[in-house]
Ligand binder design. Structure first.
Ligand SMILES: [Zn+2]
Length: 466
């Protein structure tokens, strides 16, 4: 008995000392992600992968490594709560939009994507993105999570199991062709299929469920298939998901679908209505139910306007942090296709006005990108999104929260991620300029700290050595 307890004491002495690695970041202005006012001359004390203490007067333990971060800013690591690994961001990645399969056949694109997962993961980190939420695709999304778990220099990967669509297989296949033989957009036309889908998510260890409701399905109505009842189908998924402890997030570009999904109990909306202005009832519903809206304004601007006009408003961080070949592909001549940029510009204005109206009314917004979509590079597209939200009139102080804590809430991980607070994972950025003065200063990254490991952006450049 005595021997055991002495052994236990010895063990704890030995291993506390051996394992505890404390680092104190001293003197920065801290913007903690919760929406609280910036704290000057703060200390952030990290032990191993966790934040131990935060404040103006934190006692620094003897032996701790002290990092002087005076005249720097600390913000939480960015969280992109809408990404896909199944697409590369290159011009060749969604042939249904831009068919350049003559130049890069889809099979070749898939091989490229698979070969560049580690590089893609580093691209996120290089841009300050320390967590991502996959919005679904083939089993590759789960493979990427496995790869990320084995890397120190990769973001934490969460997964929304998706994408479901209310359309038959033939239509789903036309949206995104099968990926290595797997359907990426999964047709769901019956309640049983919906329930099976939630069961599959549970078996795979997904973090939430992603569905899609939009005009992809309404073609059924046009065909006269009047029995199609998306509310019944979506309601059954939400109900089944709740039984298993899953939140549901939904892709909805159209106001009435978005409204209907909120009535059914969805936790967050991906994209934002772009077909009509949000009305008072919509705003109240979102606010009362605590629905988080994820506008993805950069998607429309970049993919559907800038790539059509080739007037690409590129940020330096996009060139610096992207896997070689991604940005270059955006300058590829377009295939014969109607220029739809005028329509998208009008929708974009509506979406931006809706984002601002929701912000003004106190609805929670999260910043995320749909990265992987053509024109949206892993990681750096967060800064494209933040620029778009800034141009929509949403203040920088709020955008920092939208890109961190609110994005963690979309994934349901706000107890561990999304803010610089004691007890959470040590995921934060050290910046050389004030992001509240200008949200673009979130690109002035000197260090990225992920689970206590510290990197310079240079150490996180894609290496193309996969
Ligand atoms: Zn998406």
């Amino acid at each position: 008995m005595i021997r055991m307890s002495a052994y236990a004491t010895l063990l704890s002495l030995c291993c506390d000392a051996a394992l505890a690695q404390e680092t104190a970041y001293v003197g920065a202005t801290l913007i903690d992600g919760t929406g609280q006012a910036a704290m000057e001359n703060a200390t952030v004390l990290v032990e191993n992968d966790r934040i131990l203490a935060v404040g103006p007067e934190v006692e620094i333990p003897e032996g701790a490594r002290v990092v002087d971060v005076q005249e720097k800013w600390i913000v939480p690591g960015l969280i992109d709560s809408h990404i896909h690994f199944m697409t590369s961001g290159r011009m060749y990645t969604r042939p249904a939009f831009f068919d350049l399969t003559d130049k890069v056949p889809y099979e070749e694109e898939i091989d490229w994507i698979k070969a560049h997962i580690p590089d893609t993961l580093r691209s996120f980190m290089c841009s300050g993105v320390t967590s991502v939420l996959s919005m679904g695709g083939p089993s590759l999304e789960y493979n990427a999570r496995d790869i990320a778990r084995r890397m120190d220099d990769a973001p934490t990967v969460f997964i929304a199991h998706g994408v479901i669509t209310h359309a038959p297989r033939s239509v789903a296949e036309r949206m995104i062709p099968p990926w290595d033989g797997e359907l990426t957009v999964k047709p769901m036309l019956s309640v049983d299929e919906g329930i099976a889908y939630v069961e599959e998510a549970a078996a795979l260890g997904a973090d939430l469920i992603k569905t899609a409701v939009d005009d992809r399905g309404s073609f059924l109505l046009r065909l006269g298939l009047w029995w199609w009842d998306w509310r019944e189908l979506e309601g059954s998924i939400i109900e089944e998901a709740a039984k298993r402890g899953f939140m549901v997030t939904t892709h909805a570009h159209a106001l009435e679908y978005a409204r209907g999904m909120m009535e059914l109990g969805v936790a967050s909306l991906q994209h934002i209505p772009a077909d009509a202005p949000v009305d008072e009832a919509f705003i109240e519903l979102a606010r009362d139910r605590g629905v988080i809206v994820v506008p993805t304004l950069g998607l429309r601007k970049r993919t559907f306007i800038e790539l059509f006009t080739k007037d690409i408003d590129l940020l330096p961080i996009e060139e610096n942090c992207s896997v070689p070949g991604v940005v270059e592909s955006w300058y590829e001549p377009l295939p014969p296709i109607d220029d739809q940029s005028t329509r998208y510009r009008e929708e974009g204005e509506m979406a931006a006005a809706n984002a601002k109206a929701l912000y003004d009314a106190g609805v929670t917004l999260a910043a995320a990108t749909d990265s992987g979509m053509i024109g949206l590079a892993a990681g750096s597209s967060m800064h494209v999104e933040l620029r778009a939200l800034d141009q929509a009139g949403i203040p920088a102080a709020y955008l920092i929260q939208a890109a961190t804590l609110n994005s963690a809430m979309v994934a349901g991980k706000e107890d561990q991620y999304g803010s610089v607070e004691a007890g959470k994972f040590a995921d934060f950025l050290i910046l050389s300029a004030d992001p509240i003065e200008d949200i673009a200063n979130l690109q002035a990254i000197e260090r990225v700290v992920k689970h206590g490991n510290e990197f310079t952006p240079d150490e996180l450049l894609p290496r193309d050595d996969a």
